[in-house]
Design a protein around this ligand. Structure first.
Ligand code: ADP
Ligand code: MG
Length: 227
């Protein structure tokens, strides 16, 4: 599903070039789950953005769902993202002028698909927001906003879901229920999962843990199977 080979990212900064990812390599099969862990600034978000086709690498290659992202222009990467990828970010990233239901429908509207409200309502019900269809983000708690973001991530039936510290802005109990929803939906739909997290308990629920240190892969280990 995902093949990352010697991926390097160098940013141009005022102080000169800054290499934040250095020849990172790993592969992930369909339906697998991997946690990406490492200290702040180790390149986790950068790696996720490159794998998901949001940004372009300086060197190396990314193959996602059979497409070489590094060989595609921005429009083609957008097409692959819309067809195959779901995202959940730490800061929810909902559109403030749209209701919960409208936010969930955005990926389908981008594809020109109409008449999908029943699917969007069903997903919002699945994440426990049946009573919140017409609420705007400002009227929702952080946990509720993140559940809307999760419903939005699943509306286009993604092959792979990328989550960047999805519980980073949530308190304990809210984070726990978010985690159950992420893993529950992934299991139900057979989605491949790449999860950046600081939370070791959360990382331990993935099948593998990839550790980044200073932009390099320090280790890639299989976790003990869940009981
Ligand atoms: N657009 C950018 N321009 C310059 N430096 C960046 C940019 N984005 C990230 N960085 C730097 O790259 C490093 C890795 O960042 P990031 O991938 O966000 O790490 P993490 O998610 O592990 O905390 C950091 O030192 C960060 O300051
Ligand atoms: Mg980050």
């Amino acid at each position: 599903m995902l093949r990352v080979s010697r991926l390097t990212k160098t940013y141009a900064t005022a102080a000169g070039p800054l290499t934040v990812l250095h020849e990172a390599s790993f592969e992930l099969g369909a339906g697998e789950s991997i946690a990406v862990v490492g200290p702040s600034g180790s390149g986790k978000t950068t790696l996720l953005g490159l794998c998901a086709g949001l940004d372009r690498a300086t060197g190396g290659s990314v193959e996602l769902a059979g497409e070489r992202l590094d060989a595609l222009d921005e429009d083609s990467r957008a097409r692959v993202r819309n067809a195959s990828v779901g995202f959940v970010f730490q800061n929810f990233q909902l559109i403030p002028t749209l209701t919960a239901l409208e936010n969930v429908l955005v990926p389908l509207e981008l594809r020109g698909e109409r008449g999908c409200e029943p699917q969007a309502r069903a997903l919002l019900e699945r994440v426990g927001l049946a009573a919140r269809f017409d609420h705007y983000p400002v009227q929702l708690s952080g946990g509720e906003q993140q559940r809307v973001a999760l419903a939005r991530a699943f509306i286009n039936a993604p092959k792979i879901l990328f989550c960047d510290e999805p519980t980073g802005n949530l308190d304990g109990d809210t984070a726990d229920s978010m985690v159950e929803l992420i893993f529950g939906l992934n299991r139900e739909r057979g989605t491949t999962l790449v999860l950046v997290t600081h939370n070791f308990e959360l990382a331990g629920r993935c099948q593998r843990i990839l550790r980044l240190r200073n932009g390099s892969v320090a280790s890639d280990e299989r976790t003990a199977p869940a009981a």
